[in-house]
Design a protein around this ligand. Structure first.
Ligand code: DGL
Length: 272
């Protein structure tokens, strides 16, 4: 039994994704909230999530959140658009603590686009979800939105091949039709895709702005912690990384990404 942490504000924030994608969100949280302790769960043994059913995703997320509950986190960040689509309503019904969840930035994209033509890259599960439909209805306005499921990219990133010829071919295949439609704004609607930002930017060129929602999530998390009196005032800033896959593989992935500007792994435990 873990010892009870008396001051709730001193508890860690739990962040999870199917794999390394949520590290793009962790990076924003770290720079917004440097004092907070973070526990990052990568469900690497079960990635990708993008083609899983709602029932499968509910089961995975329940296991992850049980782990985070046992570790007495004070808030949970769903750093996976696909998991948000399938599970966030259930999570909020089950937990009293703040649950902050990422989703594709349709609203900021509509505000930012000059020509009203917007591309959205996301997983099949996300695009087929009622949550995505509701997002389009609520914030899409008159914009012409070209949504594209992008299977295969997460697999390449998780395999440590963000620069592979296959990644390049898939990106050409997915982005080509959107660029032909004249999009000037592209929503990176899966947290793995910001890890391909340089490759995507190269194909899209300087006239297309790329939007991800890591920073808004970090700001929303800060606001929720403040409202709940849970914001940490004392110095902290520890990070713990947990994976359901092989720790050495995850460490190698993070090293690869660290070379791309993310923080290193400090500690890895098996997800039990
Ligand atoms: N990174 C996740 C997302 O934002 C999941 C991708 C996947 O595992 O397919 O959707």
């Amino acid at each position: 039994m873990t010892e009870e942490v008396a001051d709730e504000a001193l508890r860690a924030i739990g962040i999870f994704d199917s794999g390394v994608g949520g590290l793009s969100v962790l990076a924003s949280i770290r720079s917004q909230l440097p004092k907070e302790d973070l526990i990052y769960v990568a469900d690497s043994a079960h990635a990708p999530y993008g083609d899983k059913s709602e029932a499968q995703l509910l089961e995975r997320v329940e296991q992850i959140c049980n782990y985070l509950d046992r570790n007495q986190v004070k808030a949970i960040v769903v750093a996976c658009n696909t998991a948000t689509a399938a599970t966030v309503d259930r999570l909020r019904a089950q937990h009293a603590m703040p649950i902050v969840a990422i989703e594709p930035g349709i609203k900021p994209a509509v505000a930012a686009s000059r020509n009203g033509r917007i591309g959205v890259m996301a997983t099949r599960h996300m695009l087929a979800s009622s949550r995505y439909q509701r997002l389009l209805e609520a914030f899409g306005g008159d914009a012409q939105i070209v949504s594209r499921a992008c299977p295969g990219l997460v697999e390449e990133i998780e395999a440590g091949r963000p620069d592979s010829p296959k990644t390049g071919e898939l990106l050409q295949q997915y982005l080509g039709p959107m660029l032909a439609e004249g999009i000037d704004t592209l929503v990176l609607g899966c947290t793995h895709y910001p890890l391909l930002r340089p490759q995507i930017a190269e194909i899209c060129g300087p006239d297309v702005q790329l939007l991800d929602t890591g920073e808004p999530v970090a700001r929303q998390l800060q606001a929720r912690l403040e409202q709940s009196g849970l914001l940490r005032k004392e110095a902290g800033g520890q990070e713990q990384f947990v994976t359901s896959g092989a720790p050495e593989v995850f460490a190698a992935q993070v090293q690869l990404l660290f070379d791309r500007g993310l923080r290193p792994v400090r500690e890895i435990q098996e997800l039990d």
